[in-house]
Design a protein around this ligand. Structure first.
Ligand SMILES: [Ca+2]
Ligand SMILES: [Ca+2]
Length: 158
């Protein structure tokens, strides 16, 4: 009986040790892919090839990502740094009000709290439903026609 108890204890300890080892493994595998940039629990990637907003989103999806949503000024600055090497071009991020005018959504399904609109934007000028960043002198956000051809930034969870 005592032997059984000891055996059971040993088994329990081994299980615990393995669980710890496994959780360590999971943790160490949570890295960003090569050439993606980490910020908090997400990885960001700049796509210099220009395309429409929808094609850019589909391109991100093919890498297990979405067009980037932005939740704070800090995240926006991180994303802007990715575009610095290219001279801060106007670039797609994941915001759209295509389903309903004036209701802004992120393509990754997260709620739209933070925004960095330029003065007078969004103005929906001739039906603009997609968000470009790095617009104008203040490199802020503007709503633009979704079929414009721009580079883009993808993001995915670690
Ligand atoms: Ca619009
Ligand atoms: Ca606009």
């Amino acid at each position: 009986m005592k032997l059984l108890t000891v055996a059971a204890l040993l088994c329990a300890m081994m299980a615990l040790t393995m669980a710890v080892a496994n959780s360590h493994l999971v943790k160490s595998s949570k890295r960003c892919p090569y050439r993606w940039t980490r910020q908090d629990n997400r990885c960001f990637y700049y796509v210099p090839t220009t395309m429409s907003w929808a094609r850019a989103e589909r391109n991100c999806l093919s890498m297990g990502a979405n067009l980037a949503s932005v939740r704070s000024i800090r995240e926006y600055q991180t994303i802007q740094r990715l575009t610095a090497h290219y001279g801060y071009p106007q670039t797609w991020i994941g915001g759209t009000d295509a389903p309903q005018e004036g209701i802004w959504l992120w393509s990754d399904g997260t709620s739209f709290h933070y925004s960095h609109w330029c003065r007078g934007e969004p103005n929906n000028n001739h039906n603009q439903h997609c968000i470009q960043m790095n617009y104008g002198g203040s490199k802020c956000w503007d709503d633009l026609q979704c079929d414009a051809q721009l580079p883009s930034v993808c993001a995915k969870k670690v």
